[in-house]
Design a protein around this ligand. Structure first.
Ligand code: EPU
Length: 302
């Protein structure tokens, strides 16, 4: 999708939105897969309602990108523009046990910053890549912790009302890798309430989780984390492993040798390769165990 109409380009500049032509989504996603499109980098939350009205008025389809770490994007020229928030500095402001965090903040950096200020509760999430907004939308979790447990308030752009809104924690439902946000709502900022804990103790928790993660997940390779959600009471990784599918490949898309629910881009994998691998594994699990695996990874395919 190319934005070339002069009136649109001029309006974007007025809104302080940076237009980057032909951005490679492969460079903006942890899988290293994805075609090209125009990228709109948003510097001020307040410009969102006008920006989205402008895009709608000119029939420019769009999608909202967080940190790109749980995302599989299609190949080639993509049929929608991509919107991304620019991370402000500072990205976290503390007020007692409350952390006011921008959605564009890096999740790991935010957890570390809070830890240094003796605020814990999210040690398990330290190795989860991506932004705070992305973690919120999916209710990211690991090692018995989930971000939703700490959310007290969320500011977002609501697609349904086309306005910036503020929701209290109790107005949002956070479930296993699922929230009540609509798919095209855009997370803007959040207030988290975190328990006080000495930095040393938090560090110890972080160290333990890091070790567990290092020993069981392919951290150095290009992946989107777990591809499938765990079926109730079981582990997708265990089921795939039991079928002997570690190492199964389509082109350079490959089931990790370390953790069978991580599919890695071992070179120049295309989205087509990765989607074929996902379909193949899903079918085999269905056939052998009667379990229909649901994607955890978000797929943007034309
Ligand atoms: N297992 C295997 N073979 C494998 C992988 C796992 O036999 O290839 C077995 C393990 O030995 C263990 C069980 O399956 O007995 C569970 O494995 P693990 O502890 O690695 O947890 P998981 O259920 O596979 C979940 C989350 C991860 C999160 C870890 C740690 C999902 C889909 N996955 O994985 O989250 O990091 O627990 O809390 O919920 C993600 O969301 O992208 C993700 C990676």
């Amino acid at each position: 999708m190319r934005i070339s109409e002069p009136t649109v380009v001029a309006s974007l500049a007025e809104m302080n939105v940076e237009l980057q032509h032909g951005a490679a989504l492969a460079e903006l996603t942890s899988l290293g897969i994805g075609g090209t499109t125009d990228l709109l980098r948003i510097k001020k939350h307040e410009s969102l309602p006008d920006l989205l009205n402008l895009l709608d008025a000119h029939h420019i389809p769009h999608k909202f990108l967080g940190g790109g770490s749980n995302l599989l994007v299609g190949d080639g020229e993509l049929p929608w523009a991509v919107l991304q928030l620019v991370r402000p500095e500072p990205h976290v402001v503390l007020d007692g046990n409350f952390a006011h965090v921008d959605a564009a903040a890096d999740l790991g950096r935010m957890i570390t910053f809070c830890a240094k200020n003796d605020l814990g509760g999210m040690e398990g999430l330290i190795g989860v890549p991506g932004t705070v907004g992305g973690a919120l939308r999916m209710n990211a979790g690991a090692y018995g912790m989930q971000i939703g447990s700490h959310v007290r308030q969320v500011k977002l752009y609501r697609a349904a009302t086309r306005k910036l809104e503020t929701l209290r924690g109790h107005q949002i439902s956070f479930e296993y890798r699922h929230t009540s946000f609509a798919p095209d709502d855009m997370m803007l900022s959040v207030i988290l309430e975190l328990p006080s804990k000495p930095f040393k103790l938090i560090l110890e928790g972080i160290r333990i989780c890091n070790e567990k993660r290092r020993s069981s997940q392919p951290l150095g390779q290009k992946s989107a984390g777990c591809i499938f959600k765990n079926p109730p009471g079981d582990s997708a990784g265990r089921l795939i492993d039991e079928l002997g599918l570690k190492g199964l490949s389509v082109g350079d898309a490959r089931v990790s040798d370390r953790h069978a629910n991580f599919f890695v881009n071992a070179g120049q994998a295309s989205a087509k390769d990765m989607l074929a691998l996902i379909a193949d594994v899903r079918e085999r699990v269905q056939k052998n165990f009667g379990v229909e695996l649901e994607n955890e990874v978000v797929v943007w395919n034309a």
